[in-house]
Design a protein around this ligand. Structure first.
Ligand code: ZN
Ligand code: ZN
Length: 409
C-alpha cells in the first residue's frame, strides 16, 4: 500500500534537496518563522491541502482529507537556534547568529515530501492527515501555543500523533524507543546575592563570584552523589554571569540551569537538592539574602506509547529491514511534541532519523571518536547529510502514516 504512495519519491528528490538547502540558508528562531511558514503554506496549497496559517502565532496546519478513516497527526517543528554556523557548507546560514543546528529544516522538508506523495496517491489510502508545522520547539511553548489557539477545536482531534527528529547516527537508519523516550526539562534562573565593593578590599564584600563558583562545583554532586545507580538525570549550568570589571566585586551572580529527568520522583529529588545546595552555599558565604530560584521554562516528559511504538516499529522493520531499525535508548534531550498527544489524549510515536553520512560515522566508530568527531544537534558544525536523510525521513513518515490510515477504498 505505502509502496504505491512512495512511487513518486525518486522524482522529487532534487526538488526536496533544493528546498531543504534554501530553508537551511534562511533560519528563523522561535515564533519568528514567518518566511518558513510562508514557504510551507505555499507548498501545501500547491498540493491542494486545506491550509491555515498563524495557528499558535507562526504555526501552519495543513489538512489532507481523503474520505472515511482515522486521522493521523504528523508534526514537524520549524524553528532554528541562535547559533553561529561553522559548517562551511555552500548552503550555510545567511543569517548572522542563527542556524538550523537541530535539523528542524530536515523535519519540515520531509513532512512536505510525505504530504505531497500522500496527496498525489489518494487511491492508496483513506482517512485524514493533519499536518502540523510547529513554531518554537527550541524555546518551548510552540506546541502548547498551537493547542491553546484551538488546534483541536478548529481541526478535529487525531487518533495518533507521529513525528521524527534527525539525530547524530548513520543516515539510512531509524530509531524507536518505547516508554519515556525524551527527558523532562526544567530550566532555572538562580540569582546569588552578594555585596559588591572594591576589588582590593574583599573583606568589605560578600563575593558572589566565589559563591557562584562553589555553587557550580557543588551542583556536580547532585547526580554523582545523591542519585542511585538506577536513577537518571542531567544537571547542566549553561550560563554563569557575574561582574564586568577586573577590579570590582559585583553585587550578584546569575546561573542558568537545565535539568533533565525521566521520572517525577527523581525530578523532585534533583530540584530539592539544587534548592538546598544553592541556599546552603549562600549561607556558607555569609550572604545577607537568600538566593532567588525562578523557573524559566519546563518541557514535559515525552512518553512513547507501547502499542503505537510497536506498531510503527514493525512497519519500519518491514519497510527498511530489521538492521536499519534500532533502539537508541532514552534521549536526555527534551521535546514538546508530546503536548499534542497529551492534549488530545491519544497515543504518540516519535522516532529518530539518522542524519550522519554512514561512512563518516563508521570511520569515527572504528576510531572510537564518535563523541569528538560527529557533531551533535545544537553544535555549530551540525550538518546532516542531505541524502539518504531526506529520502529516509519522507519514507518513514509515509510508512508510519499509512500504517495508521485506512487502506485503499
Ligand atoms: Zn534542538
Ligand atoms: Zn530539535
Amino acid at each position: 500500500m505505502a509502496g504505491g504512495v512512495l512511487d513518486g519519491l525518486d522524482t522529487m528528490k532534487d526538488d526536496l534537496a533544493s528546498f531543504y538547502k534554501d530553508l537551511h540558508a534562511h533560519p528563523e528562531t522561535a515564533f519568528d518563522e514567518h518566511r518558513t511558514a510562508g514557504k510551507v503554506a505555499d507548498r501545501l496549497r500547491k498540493a491542494e491541502l486545506e491550509v491555515t496559517t498563524e495557528v499558535g502565532r507562526t504555526g501552519v496546519v495543513g489538512m489532507l482529507r481523503n474520505g472515511d478513516g482515522p486521522t493521523v497527526l504528523l508534526r514537524a517543528d520549524m524553528d532554528a537556534l541562535p547559533v553561529t554556523e561553522q559548517t562551511g557548507l555552500p548552503y550555510a546560514s545567511t543569517v548572522e547568529g542563527k542556524m538550523h543546528a537541530c535539523g528542524h529544516d530536515v523535519h519540515v522538508t520531509c513532512l512536505l515530501g510525505a504530504l505531497e506523495l500522500l496527496a498525489g496517491a489518494r487511491q492508496g489510502w483513506s482517512g485524514t492527515v493533519m499536518a502540523v508545522f510547529q513554531p518554537a520547539e527550541e524555546a518551548g511553548g510552540g506546541a502548547q501555543a498551537m493547542v491553546d489557539d484551538g488546534l483541536y477545536d478548529r481541526f478535529g482531534k487525531p487518533d495518533v500523533v507521529l513525528g521524527q527528529h534527525v539525530a547524530p547516527f548513520p543516515a539510512g537508519k531509524v530509531a524507536c524507543h518505547t516508554g519515556p523516550a525524551f527527558a523532562a526539562q526544567d530550566m532555572l534562573k538562580v540569582t546569588l546575592h552578594g555585596r559588591g565593593g572594591h576589588g582590593s578590599m574583599p573583606a568589605t564584600t560578600i563575593d558572589p563570584v566565589v559563591m557562584a563558583a562553589a555553587t557550580v562545583m557543588r551542583l556536580q554532586t547532585v547526580v554523582s552523589r545523591e542519585l542511585g545507580g538506577d536513577e537518571k538525570a542531567v544537571v547542566t549550568v549553561g550560563s554563569l554571569r557575574a561582574g564586568t570589571e577586573a577590579n570590582v566585586i559585583p553585587d550578584n551572580a546569575e546561573l542558568l540551569l537545565s535539568i533533565r529527568t525521566f521520572t517525577e520522583p527523581v525530578r523532585d529529588k534533583v530540584l530539592a537538592a539544587i534548592d538546598r545546595i544553592v541556599k546552603g552555599e549562600a549561607v556558607t558565604a555569609g550572604a545577607d539574602r537568600t538566593p532567588d530560584v525562578a523557573e524559566l521554562d519546563r518541557f514535559p516528559l515525552l512518553v512513547n506509547d507501547a502499542d503505537a511504538t510497536a506498531r510503527t516499529a514493525a512497519a519500519f522493520r518491514s519497510r527498511f529491514g530489521d538492521g536499519d531499525v534500532i533502539d537508541a535508548g532514552q534521549m536526555t534531550g527534551s521535546e514538546d511534541v508530546g503536548v499534542f498527544a497529551t492534549a488530545a489524549d491519544v497515543p504518540i510515536c516519535y522516532w529518530l532519523l539518522g542524519g550522519v553520512d554512514p561512512e563518516t560515522f563508521a570511520a569515527a566508530a572504528k576510531a572510537g571518536t564518535v563523541e569528538r568527531d560527529i557533531p551533535s544537534n545544537h553544535s555549530p558544525k551540525f550538518a546532516p547529510v542531505v541524502e539518504p536523510t531526506l529520502s529516509m525521513g519522507v519514507t518513514a513518515l509515509v510508512t508510519a502514516a499509512t500504517t495508521w490510515l485506512g487502506g485503499a477504498g
